[in-house]
Design a protein around this ligand. Structure first.
Ligand SMILES: [Zn+2]
Ligand SMILES: [Zn+2]
Length: 266
C-alpha cells in the first residue's frame, strides 16, 4: 500500500491510497485539471483511479467531482446515501451517479476493503475511513469537531494515518474572522485543534503506527511548526518518536508513504 496527499486544507482536499497499481481517491476537492496535474507530479495518471470515496459534502472536498465524473465516468463514486444526495444537490450529478453504503458497513472496491465511521462535523453525514490493502491498514480522519473515543479506536488500528490538526485555538480567537466563524471552527462539530489531534495520538496510536500525516491545517489559524510540535510531544510521551511525521500542505503533494507488505501466510 502507498498513501499520499495531493492537497490538504480548506481550499481543497484530495488524498490517494495505492495498491497493486490501482488508486483510491479520498475526496475530490481540486479541479479536475489540477488533480491530473498533481497526480502526474506524484508519478501517476488519472486512469489508475478505480474509485473515489467522499468524507462529506463541503465544497473543499467535492469541488472537482462533477468535471471529474464527466471526464472519467467509469470511476466509481462512493458515499453514504445522505452525502450522495447532498453532493448531487450541490453539483450537476444525480444520486444514480453514486454507489452508496451504510456507515460502518464494510465494502470492497478494487483491491481495497473500506469501512467508514461517523465523525462530528457540520456537514450532512460526515465520515472517516479505515482502508485495508496488502496487509496494511490506513486511517483517514479530517473535518472532526471532537476527538471522540470512537474515532480513536479506529486510529488505533492504523499502520499509517492522516489525521486533522486544523488550528491553534488562541490563533482562532485572535484572528480577524467573524465571531460566528470562530464559534463554528472551535465548536463540537467544527475542526480538530492541534492539542485535540495530539490527544488522540497520545491515547490511541498503537505500536503498529509507522507514519502520521497531519492534515487540513488552517492557513490563517495554525502553523506547521505548532501542529508538528503538538504531535511530536504526544508521540514522545508514548515512546513513539520513531513514527515518521509529515505536515500535509495545501499547495503541493506530499511524499509517498510505502507500507511494508506482509508475507502471505501459507
Ligand atoms: Zn474540509
Ligand atoms: Zn468540512
Amino acid at each position: 500500500m502507498k498513501v499520499f496527499s495531493l492537497a490538504s486544507g480548506s481550499k481543497g482536499n484530495a488524498y490517494c491510497v495505492e495498491s497493486q497499481g490501482v488508486l483510491l481517491l479520498i475526496d475530490c476537492g481540486l479541479s479536475c485539471r489540477e488533480l491530473i496535474h498533481r497526480l502526474g507530479s506524484a508519478g501517476y495518471d488519472a486512469e489508475s483511479i478505480a474509485a473515489v470515496v467522499f468524507t462529506h459534502d463541503h465544497s473543499d472536498h467535492i469541488a472537482g467531482v462533477e468535471s471529474f465524473h464527466r471526464r472519467y465516468p467509469m470511476v466509481e463514486l462512493n458515499a453514504t446515501m445522505i452525502t450522495a444526495e447532498a453532493i448531487a444537490q450541490r453539483s450537476g450529478l444525480t444520486i444514480e451517479d453514486f454507489y452508496t453504503f451504510e456507515i460502518g458497513q464494510e465494502f470492497a472496491t478494487g483491491p481495497f476493503l473500506l469501512e467508514s465511521f461517523g465523525v462530528p462535523h457540520d456537514a450532512a453525514d460526515p465520515v472517516g475511513y479505515v482502508v485495508r490493502a496488502d496487509g496494511c491498514t490506513y486511517f483517514h480522519g479530517t473535518d472532526i469537531g471532537t476527538p471522540l473515543e470512537s474515532i480513536g479506536r479506529q486510529l488505533s488500528r492504523a499502520d499509517v494515518a492522516v489525521l486533522e490538526s486544523n488550528h491553534d485555538p488562541v490563533m482562532v480567537c485572535n484572528s480577524p474572522r467573524p465571531e460566528s466563524t470562530k464559534r463554528r471552527i472551535l465548536g463540537a462539530r467544527g475542526h480538530l485543534a492541534n492539542d485535540e489531534c495530539a490527544q488522540l495520538v497520545r491515547r490511541f496510536a498503537s505500536q503498529k503506527l509507522k507514519h502520521l500525516f497531519l492534515a487540513h491545517l488552517s492557513q490563517q489559524c495554525n502553523t506547521p511548526e505548532l501542529a508538528e510540535k503538538a504531535a511530536r510531544s504526544a508521540l514522545a510521551e508514548i515512546g513513539r518518536s520513531d513514527v515518521a511525521l509529515e505536515i500535509l500542505l495545501q499547495d503541493k503533494p506530499s511524499s509517498v508513504f510505502c507500507g511494508v507488505m506482509q508475507p502471505q501466510i501459507v
